[in-house]
Design a protein around this ligand. Structure first.
Ligand code: PGA
Length: 309
């Protein structure tokens, strides 16, 4: 192993990730024979096969799996070291990988914007997706930080709540219940409803509440995007329940309104989370501090203070 080079480990890591010599070669801008010869030398240095080939696909052996995990740890530490050195030089730079749930897109890009102006050397990747996909990304340790409103209990995570994320009932402005006070939740029974897709945390919270109160809406449409749902509501296809933050840029002429239904808003919070035991990079730690400091600027007014949204 002592004879293995860092380059060989990089080639191995890319090959293992893609399960293919060709795709690893493409990613690293080297030829496919170079990839196979590097893997061959590495295998020789280790003394055990790292891959098993079945058809066109490569599978990791036990030794390969162990090596992949070791490589990922080495690269993470090296990346961290690079960032620390950059920090010591006074030039914060490096990579920041974030994954956030769909509703966080209403404020995270703004916070990122001012953060990146302060530290222009930082290379950011931002993935916006639903709770289920965030959980999958967490299991694969794909990102530095996650923003979500329901951290899974089954995972070892460091979490910190930072902002309220209330869910409200949104209807077209001309809905018969618009403007009424304290509407009993039973009045939603039979309403045409637009639901988020399976895997969405919003959907889960809505279903839990409906179940608790025996409400059964008529799901007319299922959509994977909060913005698409808002348009569908405005188009008269039904009502829905979404984070109040989705209304943040609705002006006075909005076609949407919030219904004052009992048991609403559903109270939730956003959490910033990272994998337990993970050593945050200098950049990730700086962003985490900045997020906690800046996020209060993005809180929404209490629903009863909402003029006609
Ligand atoms: P979702 O989460 O995109 O999984 O519905 C949004 C939220 O919880 O605010």
């Amino acid at each position: 192993m002592i004879h293995a080079t860092l380059h060989q480990l990089k080639v191995f890591e890319a090959t293992a990730r893609h399960g293919s010599f060709t795709r690893a070669a493409e990613e690293l801008f080297i030829t496919q024979p170079t990839v196979s010869s590097q893997i061959k030398q590495l295998t020789k240095a280790i003394g055990l096969p790292l891959f098993e080939q079945i058809g066109k696909r490569l599978y990791l052996t036990e030794a390969g799996k162990e090596l992949l995990q070791t490589c990922q740890e080495i690269f993470e530490r090296l990346e961290n070291f690079e960032m620390k050195v950059a920090d010591l030089k006074g030039t914060r730079q490096g990579q920041l990988k974030l994954a956030v749930i769909t509703t966080a897109k209403y404020f995270i890009p703004r916070i990122l914007g001012s953060f990146c102006q302060q530290y222009p050397g930082i290379d950011v990747s931002l993935k916006v997706t639903n709770h289920q996909q965030i959980q999958r990304r967490m299991m694969e340790n794909q990102d530095d930080l996650y923003v979500l409103s329901h951290p899974p209990d089954s995972m070892d995570l460091s979490t910190q709540p930072f902002l309220d994320n209330p869910l409200v009932v949104i209807a077209p402005r001309n809905h018969p219940l618009a403007g009424k006070k304290k509407i009993p939740i039973a009045n939603l029974d039979g309403e045409a409803f637009i639901m988020r897709e399976p895997g969405s945390g919003t959907r889960q919270a809505v279903q839990n509440l409906f179940y608790k109160h025996g409400v059964s809406v008529e799901v007319r449409l299922e959509l994977g995007s909060n913005e698409a749902i808002k348009h569908a509501i405005a188009g008269g296809l039904g009502i829905s329940i979404l984070s109040q933050h989705t209304l943040i840029s609705e002006g006075k002429d909005s076609e949407l309104t919030v219904l004052d239904v009992e048991h609403f808003p559903i109270k939730r919070r956003w959490y910033v989370a990272y994998l337990g035991g993970k050593k945050l990079s200098v950049v990730a730690q700086a962003f985490l501090d900045y997020l906690l400091q800046e996020s209060p600027k993005f809180s929404v007014p209490p629903v009863n203070l909402l003029a006609k949204v």
